[in-house]
Ligand binder design. Structure first.
Ligand SMILES: Nc1ncnc2c1ncn2[C@@H]1O[C@H](COP(=O)(O)OP(=O)(O)OP(=O)(O)O)[C@@H](O)[C@H]1O
Ligand SMILES: [Mg+2]
Length: 304
């Protein structure tokens, strides 16, 4: 019989003032998805505001959900970089949670892409992309892939961008395929969608879509299409799922936004190549090409 996803009764969001333990008191609900909620909390012990990603109570008896939060916490605690959210700790007993740095600001999605496009400057787009590339390089150096690079997973505050949300990140060695096909359709490289061999170039694709959207003013390089899922072992039809139409040819972001220099658009296009051998192999390669292109359009000033 086909496996059905069980619908669980949603437990209420924790109220401000609620103590998760004798250290952490909920200040505000910040967001969340099916299995987790993120709260800002004040930590008595650290004497500061932190963010906690908390497994919803209805999933606390679900071993795979507990495993997911444990893996996310363990991976995050290996990372220490100014462009990556800092993990402080993890607790798996009551209210299983990851405790991390509370990032100020708003996501890049809300800062630049959700109706606030009037303030756009391509130099902002470049700054964000370079920050994300720096963070990603660190992630890769620790032997991980992020696998969900997108504007909603990057926080922006006073010109500084920080990568967060390691919920689908994986430990990685050359030749690996993925644990599952989690990720966000619009940002997913073909090899991630197809669960073929992945590499640093897989995160470059997500970074490329992010940069493409910032340059174009929100447009995506590839349209989403519905495809029929494979029939399972016992003959149940798999229904449909969405994936990118990798067969369509993306236009330069400057077609959507004439303020975006074509030379920078070329960098975004190379980062979202379907053929991974034509893509930048690493975020560092992406950054080097971007800095060069920026210099060529006269927008680069050497640092101090
Ligand atoms: N460290 C943090 N500091 C401040 N806000 C945060 C932090 N981590 C998460 N958030 C907020 O909580 C929201 C959800 O976090 P996150 O993306 O990690 O969770 P998620 O369950 O994987 O969500 P989604 O499936 O929507 O990506 C974010 O959009 C952000 O607004
Ligand atoms: Mg997220």
């Amino acid at each position: 019989m086909a496996m059905k996803r069980e619908r669980k009764e949603r437990a209420p969001i924790l109220e401000p003032g609620f103590w998760l333990d004798d250290d952490l008191r909920v200040i505000q609900h910040l967001g969340g998805s099916r299995k987790v909620d993120v709260y800002s909390c004040s930590s008595k012990r650290l004497d500061m505001l932190v963010s906690c990603k908390v497994l919803r109570p209805e999933y606390c008896i679900d071993f795979s959900a507990l495993d997911d939060i444990r893996i996310e916490g363990e991976l995050l605690l290996r990372l220490h970089h100014p462009n990556v959210v800092e993990g402080y700790g993890m607790e798996l007993e009551e209210y299983p949670r990851i405790i991390m740095e509370h990032l100020q600001g708003v996501t890049v999605e809300s800062a630049f892409l959700s109706g606030n496009f009037g303030a756009f400057d391509y130099l902002d787009a470049v700054d964000v992309a370079l920050d994300v590339a720096r963070g990603l390089t660190h992630v890769h150096q620790q032997g991980l892939l992020h696998l969900d690079v997108k504007p909603a997973n990057v926080m922006y505050h006073e010109g500084h961008a920080t990568l967060f949300d390691f919920s689908v990140a994986e430990e990685f060695s050359a030749g690996d395929t993925l644990r599952d096909d989690a990720g966000t359709t619009e940002y997913m490289a073909p090899e991630q969608t197809a669960r073929e061999e992945v590499g640093y170039y897989t995160d470059v694709f997500g970074l490329g879509v992010l940069f493409y959207r910032l340059l174009s003013g929100g447009a995506y390089p590839y349209p989403v299409m519905e495809v029929t899922k494979d029939t399972d072992d016992v003959g149940n039809s798999g229904g449909t799922k969405s994936r990118l139409d990798y067969g369509s040819l993306p236009v330069n972001p400057s077609v959507h936004n004439p303020n975006a220099p074509e030379e920078l658009g070329e960098i975004a296009l190379r980062a979202v190549q379907v053929d991974k051998s034509l893509r930048f192999a690493t975020p560092e390669e992406f950054s080097a090409a971007l800095e060069k292109a920026l210099k060529a359009v006269g927008g680069w000033s050497p640092g101090p």
